[in-house]
Design a binder for this molecule. Structure first.
Ligand SMILES: [Fe+2]
Ligand SMILES: [Fe+2]
Length: 259
């Protein structure tokens, strides 16, 4: 066993930058040298702006600062997280500081928020194919259970064909904001080394569905945004390679779990 102190897991003092990826969609990203990954948040500026992922709480102040470079914080109308985890949802402070409304999957609402300490009661829970119009943009919610977590969902912005996949199609390292390069091998190795998917089946079923959407850009939570010219390589890698949990959790071998 080992004792964990508050500072062990604080993801903070990370420089954050912001870049507009496409019309009104901003990537707010910081790279952790310790973990070797970026944490990406996405601000969608519209009549009712939305933030997708908050980042870990240690990055809150820097992310808030970047949002304010684009819109007054009070204008932020929605904060959406795609599954309940500290990097997706550590900055729940936005609900108070910006008076924004939380948007999550119905499963996140029922499994994680119900009964949670300091529960944000007033929130929007979404189901498969629900839509939310924020002005010029329209968001469609896609339930993706067991793609990493039971409560996972993804979001598709229908006008720009922007696909927000959270921890699917992530890559390690600190590369360009948008990539047309094939990092799918390091994506697969990252999945194998962390054990974030219990099985390939649900991930492959979801990938088939996402490919049919023909996204112009894919916006993962870690790594570069993936341009449509190279997206098929990432989808193919999911279909062709094994990457499900095989006894390794965040690089540590767990004995006697897989026969
Ligand atoms: Fe996650
Ligand atoms: Fe994540």
């Amino acid at each position: 066993m080992r004792e964990v102190s508050k500072t062990d897991y604080a993801i903070k003092d990370i420089d954050v930058d912001i870049s507009e990826i496409t019309d009104g969609i901003y990537r707010i990203s910081g790279f952790s040298n310790t973990l070797g990954i970026t944490f990406n948040q996405f601000l969608i500026d519209d009549e009712k702006p939305m933030l997708i992922h908050t980042g870990p709480i240690g990055m809150y102040k820097n992310i808030e600062q970047k949002i304010k470079e684009v819109i007054p914080l009070q204008k932020l109308a929605y904060v959406s997280f795609l599954h309940f985890e500290s990097d997706e949802w550590g900055g729940m402070e936005f609900l108070e500081s910006a008076d924004a409304k939380l948007v999550c999957s119905d499963l996140s609402s029922k499994l994680n928020l119900m009964g949670w300490y300091n529960i944000p009661v007033d929130h929007i829970s979404t189901w498969d194919n629900d839509t939310l119009k924020t002005g010029k943009k329209q968001f469609k919610f896609i339930m993706t259970p067991h793609v990493h977590h039971w409560d996972s969902m993804m979001i598709f912005e229908e006008n720009s064909k922007s696909l927000f996949t959270s921890d699917l199609f992530i890559q390690p390292g600190n590369n360009k904001y948008v990539t047309s390069d094939d990092y799918s091998e390091s994506m697969i190795n990252l999945y194998r080394g962390t054990g974030i998917f219990a099985s390939e089946n649900s991930v492959r079923d979801t990938t088939k569905r996402l490919v049919k959407l023909s996204p112009n850009m894919v916006y993962p939570m870690h790594g570069s945004c993936i341009d449509k010219s190279i997206f098929s390589k990432y989808a193919e890698a999911i279909m062709k390679n094994n990457f499900a949990f095989s006894g390794i959790l965040l690089g540590q071998k767990l004995e006697n779990t897989i026969s």
